[in-house]
Ligand binder design. Structure first.
Ligand code: ZN
Ligand code: ZN
Length: 472
């Protein structure tokens, strides 16, 4: 059950969605001017959050044949000012090498911040690995997706026909790796295949369910312009009990050269002291909010007063949790703030924001079984503009088994992968040497999703039995 209360109604007696908090904040400011210092006028996020772009290339031209120039470290630093970024990860191409000039970039991966960095603005070299099956292709090709590897000590080019060896190599160095380009996955509302990719493109992350289930992938990233299909994929994997971090980035200059930070990731660093390592660990821990509207807006999600994205709340029994969402913006805008529970919108509020005048709304959500909450700010035409990472709510220490059908979806996904990459399958040619090794991973992940589907059905049955007892 959901109950909603807007702060506008409770403090100012105004009905309807619009929030008029400015008088209240001005009144407070006379008593406590430090409230204004908590949030910089140039940044919508609180002081322990740091905005960055974890997927930037310095080649100008996105690997096209006319590419001749690369940004210098100093130019990269200067470009961070456009969106007032705290961090950029400059990714060398350790895959097929289309992002020129890889031979100059790979030696820049040292594990240290670039010398041009300042305490407020970190420029740091890391890597992207991919061998596209179609599009800009070279003789080596693979279908698994593009991998972002953060926190490397050194880089090298190597080929594999599936993604696991890259994750293993990254882990050996203490690095954190995840899948890019989630936005290229198909929307689930096109029947069939209902979201399961059945054709190849340059970049779609076809092995994301496999490596997320097997625990090697730490985050999922939407980039270039992003899309809501990336969020559908994120919701489904959360519903099966996995907790990948959520990131957004530009893939500059493959985003038609728009400034980096046009899509960005806010990361919470609990002690408020920015380092590159803490920033990337925050992504892996899910302490993020993503924006497709540059450094202009932020969603502050708090559950039971203090829990923020990446946190877990443990409940001894079924009970309600309190949610507070604050949409802050440096620019005037009208939009809808939505609360997402296990992938479904359960409460929303339309409102207008302006600098210093956020939209605030509060809701109460009953948790009858373990699940998750996230907030998103939707635009009429362009889908989510900001989206928080999930807060997890664990009831009676049970794992999140929110959807048997989502677990079944991934079983079907992996079945497609196995049949298409088998000898004679339409993608069979991509496995000339690593088929058996890849199929061992696919089958292991499928077994995990089969167990999760069974547990989800059992949880649903026991819930409905409890409901019948309660209704008597
Ligand atoms: Zn890529
Ligand atoms: Zn890229």
């Amino acid at each position: 059950m959901i109950t909603m209360k807007t702060q506008g109604e409770s403090t100012l007696g105004i009905k309807g969605g619009m929030q008029l908090l400015l008088p209240a904040i001005l009144g407070l400011s006379l008593l406590a001017p430090s409230i204004f210092h908590a949030q910089s006028i140039d940044r919508p996020e609180p002081p322990d959050w740091f905005a960055g772009d974890a997927h930037v290339h310095r080649g100008i031209g996105c690997g096209r044949s006319h590419e001749k120039n690369m940004l210098t470290p100093q130019q990269l630093l200067e470009g961070m000012q456009t969106n007032n970024l705290a961090v950029i990860s400059v990714l060398a191409d350790i895959g097929n090498g289309e992002m020129e000039y890889a031979d100059r970039d790979i030696p820049m991966i040292t594990g240290e911040d670039s010398v041009v960095s300042t305490p407020q603005s970190i420029v740091h070299w890391d890597a992207e690995w991919h061998f596209d099956p179609v599009g800009v292709t070279f003789s080596d090709k693979m279908i698994g997706g593009h991998l972002i590897v953060l926190g490397l000590k050194s880089g090298k080019t190597f080929f594999s026909q599936y993604t696991y060896p890259v994750f293993a190599w990254a882990k050996d160095q203490g690095a954190i790796a995840g899948f890019a380009h989630m936005q290229y996955l198909p929307y689930a509302f096109y029947p069939p295949p209902d979201g399961i990719p059945l054709s190849l493109d340059c970049c779609a992350p076809l092995e994301y369910p496999v490596e997320t289930a097997l625990g090697t992938s730490s985050f999922l990233m939407e980039d270039v312009h992003g899309s809501d299909s990336a969020m559908q994929a994120y919701y489904r994997i959360l519903n099966t009990g996995f907790r990948p971090g959520l990131a957004a980035s530009t893939d500059y200059s493959c985003n038609y050269g728009e400034p980096y930070g046009t899509l960005l990731t806010y990361v919470r660093i609990p002690d408020g002291n920015l380092t590159y390592r803490k920033w990337i660990e925050g992504i892996a821990k899910g302490r993020t909010v993503v924006s497709r509207n540059a450094h202009n807006e932020f969603l502050d999600l708090k559950v039971n007063g203090t829990a923020t994205p990446g946190d877990e709340i443990r409940l001894p029994a079924t009970r309600p949790v309190r949610v507070r969402i604050e949409w802050r913006s440096l620019k005037e805008a009208v939009g809808r703030v939505e609360l997402v529970h296990d992938g479904a919108v359960v409460a929303s509020q339309t409102g207008a924001v302006a600098r210093g005048a956020p939209v605030v709304f509060e809701a109460t959500v009953d948790f009858r079984q373990s699940g998750w909450l996230a907030a998103r700010r939707m635009d009429w035409q362009n889908g989510h503009q900001t989206h928080t990472g999930a807060v997890f709510v664990i009831v009676e220490s049970k794992p999140i088994r929110a959807s048997a059908s989502d677990a079944q979806f991934f079983i079907q996904w992996i079945d497609h992968l196995i049949s298409r990459t088998s000898p004679g399958g339409s993608w069979g040619q991509f496995f000339s040497k690593d088929r058996e090794a890849a199929h061992i991973r696919y089958r292991a992940a499928k077994t995990i999703f089969e167990r999760i589907a069974l547990e989800a059905r059992q949880q649903a049955l026991s819930l409905s039995a409890k409901g019948k007892v309660a209704a008597r």
